[in-house]
Design a protein around this ligand. Structure first.
Ligand code: SF4
Length: 83
């Protein structure tokens, strides 16, 4: 599983940090750090974190060739452009 956090949207609410502390970490008030490649045991935590994010800044994607079709749930991709 790969994730991208739209840091332009992220407001530092830290819901994700609370739900998946091994993946998301907040430095200071707004600097969110995260691991883009999520290990298997963290998938469920990350899905919950993505669902709980008040501004839906966490985008979850399944890598191709994983053998698991994307459920499409919550896939509200809105043209994330890092820069
Ligand atoms: S829950 Fe959403 S807004 Fe809050 S820190 Fe995580 S990504 Fe940012």
């Amino acid at each position: 599983m790969q994730i991208v956090v739209d840091l332009n949207r992220c407001q530092g609410y830290a819901q994700c940090v609370f739900l998946a502390p091994r993946v998301f970490e907040l430095h200071g008030e707004e600097a969110l750090m995260y691991a883009p490649a999520v290990p298997g045991e963290q998938h469920e935590h990350v899905r919950r974190a993505a669902a709980a994010c008040p501004v839906q800044a966490i985008l979850v994607g399944e890598p191709a060739g994983d053998g698991v079709a994307s459920s499409g749930a919550g896939d509200g991709r809105a043209g994330v452009d890092g820069r």
